[in-house]
Design a protein around this ligand. Structure first.
Ligand SMILES: Nc1ncnc2c1ncn2[C@@H]1O[C@H](COP(=O)(O)OP(=O)(O)OP(=O)(O)O)[C@@H](O)[C@H]1O
Length: 241
């Protein structure tokens, strides 16, 4: 069954067409990556699918609900980590996550916070003001917030940005494990290596339209990179020896 389906999803901002008729299906349990260059419409797609913005044209279904007519049902069923969002600077991670847990009506909030803090290794700063946290620590707190209520589907805009290589590996394991339990992830990224290594399904988007839909497990990272560059209008690189 599809966790997400879009038909001709379109969004214009005045003269600018951010999304130009995106038609896409993401199956339940997929670790989906929307791969595209800067300005290709990735963030806009997430904003439309999560009910933060209305489309100019077209439609979408997210875990069986229409984000335009049933935004609350969508919001309850999903987790989201938008690009460049931080916990409030004047709260500690524990306070912020407690607030999120209460809004999300999570059982055993304290236990879940402890488990996520250990898993994402920010237990040492759980009671420090967020203003003093590193960018990577703030990113991990926001990841915990997205997963705290154990949703069926999570959207993450650029999941590994700001993380050091060791933390990137740990976050990749968290994301893979989440999908192996039957949940669905919708990532947006412009990093081909992230899509190649992590995803089970990649959609390549350019100028707001889907130009390719592939399974990266069936190709090497170099092949995905060449495919990506060819699809977004450039010349493929010379294959490395
Ligand atoms: N609120 C807005 N008003 C006007 N134009 C917008 C708005 N939001 C996005 N756009 C434009 O729509 C296009 C797609 O933007 P979007 O942020 O969805 O791309 P993206 O693929 O997420 O880019 P990046 O990888 O740089 O984050 C861009 O040309 C952008 O300038």
């Amino acid at each position: 069954m599809a966790a997400i389906e879009t038909t001709n999803l379109t969004r214009r901002f005045g003269e600018v067409t951010a999304l130009a008729g995106l038609t896409l299906a993401v199956e339940e349990g997929a670790l989906f990556g929307l791969l595209g260059p800067n300005g290709s419409g990735k963030t806009t797609t997430i904003e439309l699918l999560t009910g933060q913005r209305a489309p100019t044209d077209g439609s979408a279904t997210v875990v069986g609900h229409d984000p335009v007519t049933e935004p609350m049902a969508v919001r309850e069923a999903i987790g989201i980590l938008p690009e460049r969002e931080d916990p409030p600077s004047f709260l500690t991670p524990r306070e912020y996550l407690t607030f999120v847990g209460e809004v999300r009506e999570v059982d055993d909030i304290d236990g879940r916070i402890e488990r996520w803090a250990e898993r994402l290794e920010f237990d040492g700063v759980l009671d420090a003001l967020a203003t003093g946290l590193s960018e990577g620590e703030r990113q991990r707190v926001m990841l915990a917030a997205a997963f705290l209520h154990d949703p069926d589907l999570v959207f993450i805009d650029e999941p590994l940005v700001n993380l050091d290589p060791i933390m990137q590996e740990q976050v990749k394991a968290v994301l893979s494990d989440y999908c192996e339990r039957g949940n669905t992830l919708f990532l947006s990224t412009h990093y081909v290596d992230v899509a190649a290594e992590l995803c089970t399904h990649v959609g390549i988007v350019e100028d707001g339209a889907l130009v390719a839909d592939c399974d990266p497990r069936e190709m090497s990272e170099d092949e995905l990179l060449s495919y990506f560059i060819a699809e977004v209008g450039g010349e493929p690189p010379e294959v490395r020896a």
